[in-house]
Write a protein that binds this ligand. Structure first.
Ligand SMILES: C[S@@+](CC[C@H](N)C(=O)[O-])C[C@H]1O[C@@H](n2cnc3c(N)ncnc32)[C@H](O)[C@@H]1O
Length: 284
């Protein structure tokens, strides 16, 4: 069976259903085929701030496009109102696509939305997306595992509900492991210090990637000792991902992605961004 035949054998979006679709980390071409097909048949698209506008544009002209963008300190719509919105549109019998950055189930509150929808008796399908860690590491030329450097990978969040940075530091600071931290930029200095305190050498390679996989991608690579300073000097801002471990040392050799500022931005432009170091370490 060919891929188009396979796709047509599966149903497109159904009335009254909600599809939690991972939009990937930025580059719109990283959307899955299933995700693209569901968006193209949607009547309502509800999307976050890290979703590429080019993916939202795949929806039919008549579809309602509802932005519910969330940033840590600036919730455009509180989570319970997003849940209520999804339930309302599904109950009205519409084909609803909930587009979330990266993968819906990785630091995306997809589980919370699904619990609410299912409790309300609504049928939900989840379409995985390329999570930021996988997509951004790939575009930055940082393999998350490598036989010489890392036999395990850990995804952690640097943003906790109550603001406390109470993570399992001994586990995060294990050797021969790659650590990927989502949403950790505002606490970067503290995170690096805690990792060193719990046993990682201060010379461990570490990097931060801003707006990874997009035309605005910038990479700062340093060590745990000086990463926070490099990132501050380069003016790197969220959305940004931190990667720690020996694999980051491969970046200068494996970086392949050449962001092209001539392409349309995959994320809305971020006010206050300073000089761009495209595809290069910020090594001032
Ligand atoms: C709320 S989390 C959502 C993660 C998403 N569900 C995923 O699977 O990638 C948002 C965080 O993901 C990271 N992130 C997402 N897209 C990014 C990008 N293009 N460049 C850098 N970091 C990104 C940042 O750490 C950002 O603060």
């Amino acid at each position: 069976m060919s891929l188009p035949e396979l796709a047509s054998a599966r149903p497109g979006p159904q009335p009254g259903h909600v599809y939690l679709v991972g939009a990937g980390p930025g580059d719109p071409e990283l959307l899955t085929l299933r995700g693209a097909r569901l968006v193209a048949g949607a009547e309502v698209v509800v999307y976050d701030n890290l979703v590429s506008p080019l993916i939202v544009e795949l929806a039919p002209a008549a579809a309602a496009r509802i932005y519910v963008g969330k940033k840590a300190a600036d919730h455009t719509l509180p989570q319970d109102e997003i849940n209520a919105l999804l339930v309302r549109h599904a109950r009205a019998g519409r084909r609803v696509v909930r587009l979330k950055g990266g993968d819906p189930f990785i630091f995306g509150r997809g589980g919370e939305e699904m619990e609410t929808l299912m409790a309300a008796g609504i049928t939900v399908e989840v379409v995985p997306g390329v999570t930021a860690a996988a997509g951004i590491a790939a575009y930055a030329g940082i393999p998350l595992t490598h036989r010489d450097h890392a036999q395990s990978v850990v995804f952690a969040t640097g943003f906790l509900k109550d603001g406390a940075l109470e993570l399992d530091w001994p586990m995060l600071a294990r050797p021969n492991q790659t650590l990927v931290i989502y949403m950790g930029i505002s606490r970067l200095g503290e995170i690096c210090a805690r990792l060193v305190e719990h046993g990682l050498p201060a010379s461990t390679p570490a990097g931060v990637i801003e707006r990874g996989t997009t035309a605005q991608q910038r990479v700062a690579v340093a060590t745990l000792a000086d990463l926070a300073g490099q990132v501050a000097r380069a003016g790197i801002r969220p959305p940004a991902l931190t990667v720690v471990g020996g694999v980051v040392g491969l970046y200068p050799r494996l970086a392949w992605f050449q962001p092209d500022a001539g392409e349309p931005p995959a994320h809305p432009p971020h006010a206050g961004c300073s000089a761009i170091h495209r595809g290069e370490a910020a090594d001032d």
